[in-house]
Ligand binder design. Structure first.
Ligand code: DOR
Ligand code: ZN
Length: 438
């Protein structure tokens, strides 16, 4: 065998530890892992110069927008943001314009993405009670059906019917778990327009009661559930108490783990997101659950908006969401570098586990036969986060000015170098359009 590329002199993350060795890539896959002398000859040779080689990160919750919302983000800018942040695979949310709620719209979206993407991309489908539409989207390979409980007015019977259909297709159901404060009434027309009102409208009890409802639905239907951006220790505790084990998994975002609502004073509406930032005690409690491995996945919930939109004065006019693809890895790696988070725990949450939970086969680990989705990381780099340098169109971040450690210096997708030294060098379209394997 002759390889396309040999990467040598790396500290490669294999089965939970860093091993001094190299690897060979051929046809987009990792073919051999070992000391340089044991690798086949290759057309190209790259030295990792003693830096760390990790599996490419997988983000199961991003909003790539495009189409009617391409002024916020599109597949080109969004996947550029992903690969600069170390993500080689992203699963894209369906609340777009138009929403991805039928096979026709999914096909349309796939055609928009094809040819633009620098990372691998898979799609979630938007909640629909039309079982033919659901069937059609499942057939085309959505990774989950996303239910926005804050905007869903289904009866118990409809919930049950849809979840049973998902169960029968082995299709996971992802939940935005906030009971619907605005349901059917829209944002309040009268009263205050400040952060206090916003936080009151998104009371923690709305999340806890939605989590209770998910537990009940999953218990009754036997579907597989995944709770997006869980923000309260109490929610995690309810999940654990349910004893449903792997039938309901959950994810947390870096902003819910690392920020709290007392930062709204200086960050202002830029930090408006849903669920909102919680109290400092709740954020600490959430972090403790993460450190105890009681949260399965870290996802960015990359939710880009334009600066103008985020600078509006009334909280009811500011779209919620924070871009996170370019901050998630350095924020977490800083915890690793400071000795607060073991590297295997970080990699489990950002790569191996998301792949397993959503059926992203042959990715998420460095193994012979797996796809060559890799990042090279300089663990000693120290720098300050600066959203003005984001590849995302959304150039704002509540983490601006944070000093972090660990820089992604190269990103490889399907065996091709797509980002080198912060520059995009990949050819648009190099990312694969993914389907789950179940
Ligand atoms: O903060 C959020 N932004 N929460 C959501 O549920 C939607 C998302 C978005 O699409 O911007
Ligand atoms: Zn989201």
């Amino acid at each position: 065998m002759r390889a396309d590329l040999n990467i040598v002199d790396g500290r490669i993350y294999l089965d939970g530890s860093l091993v001094d060795c190299g690897l060979s890539i051929e046809g987009g896959r990792i073919r051999r892992i070992g000391k340089e002398a044991s690798l086949p000859p290759s057309d190209e040779r790259m030295s990792a110069n003693g830096l760390i080689v990790l599996p490419g990160l997988i983000d199961v919750h991003v909003h790539m927008r495009d189409m009617g919302l391409s002024y916020k983000e599109d597949y080109g800018s969004g996947t550029a943001s992903a690969v600069c942040g170390g993500f080689t695979t992203v699963l894209d949310m369906p609340n777009t314009m138009p929403p991805t709620d039928s096979p026709e719209r999914l096909v349309e979206k796939i055609e928009v993405a094809r040819g633009k993407i620098l990372s691998n991309v898979g799609f979630h489908g938007m909640m629909t009670s039309d079982l033919d539409a659901l069937e059609g989207m499942a057939e085309l390979g959505i990774f989950s059906l996303k239910i926005f409980m804050d905007r869903c007015d289904w009866s118990e019977e409809t919930f049950e019917r849809v979840l049973v259909a998902c169960r029968d297709r082995s299709l996971p159901v992802t939940f935005h778990a906030e009971a619907g404060y605005f349901m059917g009434k829209g944002p309040p027309q009268e009263g205050g327009r400040g952060i206090e009102e916003f936080l009151r409208a998104h009371d923690p009890r709305l999340e806890v009661s939605a989590v209770e409802k998910v537990i009940d639905l999953i218990r009754r239907t036997g579907a597989r559930g995944h709770i997006c951006h869980i923000s309260l220790p109490e929610s995690v505790e309810r999940l654990r108490a349910s004893r449903l084990g792997g039938a309901i998994t959950c994810e947390a975002t870096p902003h819910h783990l690392l920020l709290s609502r007392d930062r709204y004073g200086d960050l202002g509406n830029l930090a408006i997101t849903l669920p909102p930032l919680r109290s400092p005690e709740e954020a600490r409690g959430l972090m403790n659950h993460f450190l105890k491995c009681e949260i399965d996945v870290v996802a960015s919930d990359h939710a880009p908006h334009s600066r103008d939109e985020k600078l509006r004065e009334s909280v009811w006019e500011v779209p919620p969401g924070i871009p996170g693809l370019e901050t998630t890895f350095p924020l977490l790696f800083t915890l690793v570098a400071n000795g607060d988070l073991p590297l295997p725990k970080m990699m489990e949450a950002l790569s191996a586990r998301p792949a397993k939970l959503f059926g992203i086969k042959g990715r998420g680990e460095i193994k012979e036969g797996f796809m060559a989705d890799l990042i090279i990381v300089d663990p000693r780099a120290e720098y300050v986060l600066d959203s003005s340098a984001f590849k995302s169109k959304a150039k704002y971040s509540p983490f601006d000015g944070w000093r972090v450690r660990g820089r992604v210096v190269k990103t490889i997708v399907n065996g091709e170098i797509v980002m080198d030294g912060g520059k995009i060098v990949g050819r648009p379209g190099v990312g694969a359009l993914l389907r789950p394997s179940r």
